[in-house]
Structures are given as structure tokens and as C-alpha cells.
Design a binder for this molecule. Structure first.
Ligand SMILES: Cc1ncc(COP(=O)(O)O)c(C=O)c1O
Length: 399
């Protein structure tokens, strides 16, 4: 049987599961919050069940301080990002992305801002730092908040400051595909005490996971620790594929962060630097090896960043070669390279962008040309070298 390597994976150890189990009878969340606060260097932080919920309570809080209703997000990003915006009674609006940085194009931001803009949400796609300082310069003194979506970029820093703390408020995800995962989880961080009070008030309204729910989460965490490993993933693949999301989410569940996952978070934080460093090295290796090859584009990093790659994105000029590369890489290495996201937001939802011309051609280009190469710590350097060789030889053959 061919060994399969999943597109995402945090190496969870027995120690993490044991530490999580203690959460069934011990309160551990405060310790986990302290660890996260000191890692992120942020004064205020709270935990919930997902990045989506973290964004949701953040927007509920921001909406209480203003009558403006529009939230600007990159036109190419996780489609699920629109759900908390709408659920909070707000309106998602798109901004074009850059084919250099693969993130929100700050030169296009001014055109997206209106008198109804409540906030801009730069997203650090794939772990690549978005230029929040440039975004702030465009916003200037227009009283528009910046929500720093670091769902996929835990550990990435800009001038030594952690993503998630670069805006007025930020959030992180700890779901299965993220840089560090406790199965589910999300955090909101801010230095604005008044805003934090509003966010905390929203968090406290969320339901609390009961004992049965917590026991189920613990079982799923244990299953995840097996399923992310190549042997576990290969053996359980048929079963796991049944649980993979194949359709667009139309809603999300929210609950308070369960004690039973906090223990795993605490022990994972002991290894956070090592895990982030491996992701950084894997992504940097791919970047150095693939940069400048004709037929593909790799991201240009903004200055003074340390990038913790969630995945390494490559834009393949020829869409047909793109599809074949996914198959070729799997055949040669067993690694699951993906083509997410299949559509930009304005092609998925009716967001009021009429006309015949594509209003966000770069976002459409990204959706139609991207492949994402895993960078998680469960992928070794020989496998990465084989991926690079596969891409190089396919490009040189014009395969
Ligand atoms: C950019 C971005 N923001 C927010 C989220 C939501 O995080 P979660 O899956 O924890 O709800 C995701 C998840 O994929 C994401 O990629």
C-alpha cells in the first residue's frame, strides 16, 4: 500500500493526550491562556471553539462601537470567512489580492473603502505575512479598524511582532489544518481593553461544552493524533475521507473553549517554537528551490518577516499542468497537494459585483492556478526534495 502524507498535520504526542485528559477533572484554560499571551506578547486574550467563532465575537463587539456595516476581506481567501461576518449582521466586501504577495493588495484597498467601512481584515494567507503597516497607511485617520486574521499564521512575525497582534484586534485558529492544532480552537487577542470587555461579554454568552461533548472531543483528539501520521493516515484514509469537507459551509457552531483541550494546548506550546521552525524551514526550502523557475510563481515575502508556512503556495501558469502536477507529486511521493480554494469569494457568493468584467482578476487567477504543498513537520526533507524534482522536471519537459 502506498504511504499517503496528508496536506495538514500537527504531530500530537501521547503526552498531549494525557495532558488533555486531565482537563476532564481539572480547570486548565487559564494556564493555556497565560502561555498564549506570553508567546504572542499580548495583554488580552480569550479562547473559543474556532477561528470562525473568534472572528464572530470580535465583529459582534466592533459592531457595537459603530453604525458602519462593511467588512473588507481579500477576494481570494477561505470562503467560510464570510459566515461570521454575515452572522454578526455585517456585509462582506472584497479587495483585490496581489499576485506577488498572494495577500490583500494594499494598492487596491482605497477603491474598496466606503463611508460604511467598519473594518478591514487582512488575512495572512498560508502563513505569509500580509503588510498590515501598508494597510494602516491607506486607512490613515478614517476610523476603520484592522482585524488581523492570523488563523493560518500562528508563529509568523513581522519585525519581531506576532501576526494576530498587528491590528486593533486579531484572531488565530487551532483547528485541524492549522500551524498548531488542538483539533478545534480559536483565540482573540487585543491591546484594547475596552474592546476586549465587549468581546469577553460575547464569549460568555456562548454555550459550554458538556461532559459528553468534552469526552467526544478527547476521543477525536486521540484519533487525530493517529490519523495525521503517514502510517495512520494511509491505513485510515478511506474512513477519514468520509469526514473531509466537500461542500461549502453555510453555518458554524460556537461554544466556549473546552477544558479538555486546554491541556493539549499547554503541552503543544512547549513545542510551539520547534514546530514553527520546522514549518519555516520546510517552506523556505520550497521557496528557495522553486523561486524563479519559468512556468510558476512563488510568493514574495514582505520585509523583516519570519514565515511559518501553513502550506507553500505555487501558482502554475498552465492550468492543465497544474492538475497533472497534483497527480504526479502524489504518484512519486504520496503527498497530498491541494488546489484550494477553487473559487474566489465573488464567484461563490452574490456580493453585488455586477458587470461582465471580472472585478478581481488576480483573485480569480489565484483560484484557477494555485497548488498548495504541505509544510507540516510530518513531511521529511527527502520527500520535499522529491516534490521539487517532480516540479522541476515537469516544467523543463513542458510536461
Ligand atoms: C483565513 C482563515 N480565517 C478563518 C478561518 C476559520 O478558522 P476555523 O476553521 O478555526 O473556524 C480559516 C479556516 O480555515 C481561515 O483559513
Amino acid at each position: 500500500m502506498k504511504t499517503r502524507i496528508p496536506s495538514a498535520g500537527t504531530p500530537l504526542l501521547l503526552n498531549d493526550i494525557a495532558s488533555a485528559t486531565a482537563g476532564l477533572w481539572r480547570h486548565q484554560i487559564d494556564r493555556y491562556i497565560s502561555r498564549l499571551k506570553s508567546y504572542l506578547q499580548t495583554p488580552d486574550l480569550c479562547l473559543v471553539n474556532s477561528g470562525t467563532t473568534a472572528g464572530y465575537i470580535t465583529m459582534l463587539a466592533l459592531a457595537q462601537r459603530s453604525s458602519r456595516r462593511e467588512v473588507i476581506i481579500p477576494a481570494y481567501t477561505a470562503p467560510s470567512l464570510t459566515l461570521p461576518i454575515r452572522k454578526a449582521g455585517l456585509i462582506p466586501r472584497c479587495c483585490e489580492v496581489s499576485l506577488e504577495t498572494f495577500n490583500l493588495d494594499h494598492d487596491s484597498l482605497d477603491a474598496a473603502i466606503t463611508s460604511d467601512t467598519l473594518c478591514v481584515m487582512p488575512v495572512h494567507m498560508f502563513g505569509l505575512a500580509s503588510d498590515v503597516a501598508a494597510i494602516r497607511r491607506v486607512i490613515a485617520d478614517r476610523d476603520i479598524a484592522v482585524i488581523d486574521d492570523a488563523a493560518s499564521s500562528f508563529g509568523t512575525t513581522v519585525q519581531g511582532k506576532q501576526t494576530g497582534t498587528l491590528g486593533d484586534v486579531g484572531f488565530i485558529s487551532f483547528n485541524r489544518g492549522k500551524n498548531l492544532s488542538t483539533l478545534v480552537g480559536g483565540a482573540v487577542a487585543t491591546e484594547d481593553d475596552e474592546l476586549f470587555e465587549l468581546i469577553e461579554a460575547e464569549r460568555k454568552k456562548l454555550p459550554i461544552a458538556n461532559m459528553t461533548h468534552q469526552a467526544k472531543l478527547l476521543l477525536n483528539l486521540t484519533a487525530l493524533s493517529v490519523a495525521v501520521r503517514p502510517v495512520g493516515y494511509t491505513l485510515l484514509h478511506a474512513l477519514i475521507s468520509r469526514y473531509k469537507y466537500t461542500s461549502l459551509h453555510t453555518d458554524f457552531v460556537s461554544f466556549q473553549f473546552p477544558d479538555v483541550l486546554a491541556g493539549a494546548g499547554i503541552t503543544l506550546m512547549n513545542r510551539a517554537e520547534a514546530i514553527c521552525d520546522l514549518r519555516h524551514r520546510n517552506g523556505s526550502f520550497l521557496g528557495d528551490s522553486l523561486q524563479g523557475l519559468s512556468g510558476i510563481r512563488t510568493p514574495v515575502l514582505i520585509d523583516q518577516t519570519y514565515t511559518v508556512y501553513n502550506q507553500f503556495p505555487v501558482l502554475v501558469d498552465d492550468p492543465e499542468l497544474r492538475s497533472r502536477l497534483v497527480g504526479m507529486i502524489f504518484e512519486r511521493t504520496g503527498v497530498e497537494v491541494t488546489k484550494l480554494y477553487p473559487d474566489p469569494l465573488h464567484r461563490i457568493y452574490d456580493m453585488g459585483y455586477g458587470g461582465t468584467d471580472d472585478p478581481f482578476p488576480n483573485a480569480s487567477y489565484m483560484s484557477d492556478h494555485i497548488i498548495l504543498i504541505p509544510t507540516h513537520p510530518l513531511i521529511d526533507s527527502t520527500t520535499l526534495t522529491n516534490i521539487v524534482d517532480t516540479i522541476r522536471s515537469a516544467l523543463s519537459r513542458g510536461a
